[in-house]
Design a protein around this ligand. Structure first.
Ligand code: A2P
Length: 352
């Protein structure tokens, strides 16, 4: 016996990783159902060396499903997550559809697993750039208290999906041949203008809000507060601000994080020790030997790599660090499956 698992968005960039993470999970798995849109119905994908046929997502797809992992866009989650819950499944949703609902837990298992107890069927998986930042900040908060965070991100193209990745490759090829680069998707598929990402850096991820911040920046601010400040997305306990930038890296987000701590006795060594001992974190911090986290090396790993820990030279109790993680794994597929594993251990996941 084991769980009957559905993966919604199985043909996507995150979906492919969800399949891998379910192959590797410590959860007992009885069956796996791969769901996508009607466009991919009939397509075959491998699960544990076995060919599975992708099916169109309809309400009845969730009959008998115990655990459903969603990563097919917010509107698909809004439409089908309640259908899955109605049929007895727990949904771990990787989209932004439910993240800011005060009744729905937003969880990073290393940081706030206890929030899972409050679930009513749906658990939200945070934004990729938020997850790797809070994994690296939580050990600092525990050891020294945390007052303020200023983050600048260097985000991979894979976070925008498979079509955006293809666009990066096509543009790079065109550029190297001396041809015009064509942009149709980035920075945001639905926005008015598109710009090349190859050989470029785009300070726009998601749409602009009225206050001049992008929605990605808004998510990093409010999701961090919801996760680290007991569910309050507007908490004043930790001040957070963000600048989010897309760079032409296929997979793995990097972040430059400035943070101020409460404890005047905090030192670089103390922060490094806290990071080295923290779950999900690998400290790579040896400037003398040019050791620091790199996007290129993080791909395929479930960990968050942290380095370049150093004091601010003018502000007391302030530090900088650099963190890198595979945005499609810890930022999405792995965090979702890790939520399910944590719920199983807490007795919150059931076989029908
Ligand atoms: P499909 O391949 O059938 O379009 P990505 O993030 O890489 O762009 O992937 C998006 C994922 O969401 C794909 O698996 C895609 O399936 C799926 N998807 C898109 N629209 C729907 C829909 N209306 N119903 C179910 N799945 C959808």
């Amino acid at each position: 016996s084991g769980y009957n698992v559905a993966i919604v968005g199985a043909t996507g960039a995150v979906g492919a990783r969800m399949i891998k993470m379910v192959e590797q999970t410590s959860l007992p798995v009885n069956s796996v159902k791969l769901l996508a849109s009607s466009r991919s119905a009939g397509k075959q994908l491998q699960f544990n060396g076995q060919a599975l046929t992708v099916e169109e997502t309809v309400p009845e797809s969730f009959e008998g499903i115990d655990l459903s992992l969603f990563s097919a866009g917010g509107s698909v989650s809004k439409k089908f997550a309640p259908e899955a819950v109605k049929r007895g499944a727990v949904v771990v949703d990787n989209t932004s559809a439910f993240r800011m609902d005060p009744k729905i837990p937003l969880v990073v298992p290393e940081v706030n697993p206890e929030a899972l107890k409050l679930h009513h069927g749906i658990v939200a998986n945070p934004n990729c750039s938020t997850i790797q930042m809070v994994v690296a900040l939580e050990p600092v908060r525990k050891a020294f208290g945390l007052k303020r965070v200023i983050v600048s991100t260097y985000q991979a193209v894979g976070g925008a999906g498979n079509r955006a990745l293809k666009e990066l490759h096509d543009e790079a090829e065109a550029y190297l041949k001396g041809e015009e680069m064509e942009a149709h998707i980035l920075p945001v598929a639905g926005d008015k203008k598109h710009y090349p990402i190859a050989f470029n850096a785009l300070p726009q991820i998601d749409v602009f809000e009225e206050d001049g911040y992008t929605h990605e920046e808004w998510k990093m601010i409010h999701e961090t507060k919801k996760i680290m400040c007991g569910g309050d997305m507007d908490s004043k306990d930790i001040k957070v601000t963000a600048t989010c930038v897309r760079i032409p890296v296929p997979v793995s987000h990097s972040e430059s994080v400035y943070f101020e701590v409460e404890d005047p006795k905090a030192t670089v060594k103390g922060i490094q020790d806290a990071l080295a001992a923290a779950p999900g974190v690998v400290l790579q911090d040896d400037p003398d030997n040019q050791i620091y986290p790199q996007a290129h090396n993080a791909e395929g790993s479930k960990d968050t790599f942290v380095g370049r820990v150093r004091p601010d030279q003018e502000t007391p109790q302030a530090f900088h660090m650099w963190n890198v993680s595979d945005n499609l794994l810890k930022g999405a597929a792995w965090n979702s499956v890790q939520i399910a594993e944590t719920m199983d251990k807490m007795g919150l996941l059931h076989m029908q």
